[in-house]
Design a protein. Structure first.
Length: 95
């Protein structure tokens, strides 16, 4: 159905809406995996209903789209490729 759970150690409720041929999507998934950030992936080519919903309600055809719930009833969607690019290429602090 176009939904893939990525189980990793940690807590999180992040969903990525992706396309299989999207370079930004692949790069973002790799960055999240490297940082061990758990996420659920929905391929909007396989799950056309979700792709239509994203495009209709968020008024975008740009992917990836990141979704998380900040607090109950407050959903956050990020779909700016610049924001995603900056996240992927930011310096990582080591402790």
């Amino acid at each position: 159905m176009g939904v893939k759970e990525i189980s990793k150690k940690g807590v999180g409720n992040t969903t990525l809406y992706t396309l299989p041929y999207c370079t930004y999507c692949h790069t973002l998934k790799q960055a999240l995996s490297n940082l061990k950030i758990p996420y659920k992936e929905i391929d909007v080519d396989e799950n056309e209903y979700m792709g239509d919903w994203i495009e209709r309600n968020l008024k975008t055809e740009s992917y990836p789209v990141i979704h998380f719930t900040k607090r109950p009833g407050e959903d956050v969607y990020i779909f700016s490729q610049k924001i995603i690019f900056d996240f992927i290429h930011r310096p990582i602090k080591t402790i």
